[in-house]
Design a protein around this ligand. Structure first.
Ligand SMILES: [Zn+2]
Ligand SMILES: [Zn+2]
Length: 165
């Protein structure tokens, strides 16, 4: 039976193609790294190579649509399916509720955390910044994001100065 349904839609074809050649036991998206993990019965070097190639292809294919993608946050996506600003990587997803003083942090994608008084909740881990709050109450953003160097568009001369042209 095919395991392709267990992976995100953008990677199904990769798994279906691989299944023609290798017996796959399981395939899934690693929630922490965003990688496609493939467990297969490997008979020989050829099988090993095919599995490695499939995983490498997924690493540059959008999990949603299969178009060229890259790791943004902790999901491999194209720009259209990027959960947030493609040039930002979330290091810490947190906020402070000014009603009760709690600072709450969401550490992974489905980590929904609510403050003591219930007026603020954060979700999304390092994938996206989701906030749920009582509109009458106040809260403060305490997240940390870093700017990610894009694949192209900027060039660097290796000496710490941008090339102007
Ligand atoms: Zn996409
Ligand atoms: Zn609170």
């Amino acid at each position: 039976m095919s395991v392709a349904h267990r992976v995100p839609p953008g990677w199904r074809q990769i798994i279906e193609d691989l299944e023609q050649q290798v017996e796959i036991v399981d395939a899934y998206e690693d929630d922490w790294s965003g990688d496609l993990i493939i467990r297969a019965l490997l008979d020989d070097m050829r099988d090993q190579r095919l599995v490695a190639e499939a995983a490498a292809k997924a690493a540059i294919s959008c999990r949603e649509c299969g178009k060229p993608g890259r790791l943004r946050g902790n999901r491999i996506v194209c720009r259209d399916h990027s959960p947030g600003d493609p040039w930002q990587r979330i290091i810490r997803n947190s906020a402070r509720c000014l009603a009760c003083g709690d600072e709450i942090e969401s550490t992974h994608r489905h980590d929904f955390v609510r403050c003591r008084c219930g007026k603020l909740a954060v979700d999304g881990g390092h994938a996206y910044l989701k906030r749920l709050y009582d509109p009458a109450s106040r809260w403060q953003e305490t997240s940390i994001e870093e700017v990610v160097m894009p694949f192209s568009g900027f060039r660097h001369n290796g000496m710490g100065d941008d090339i102007n042209d």
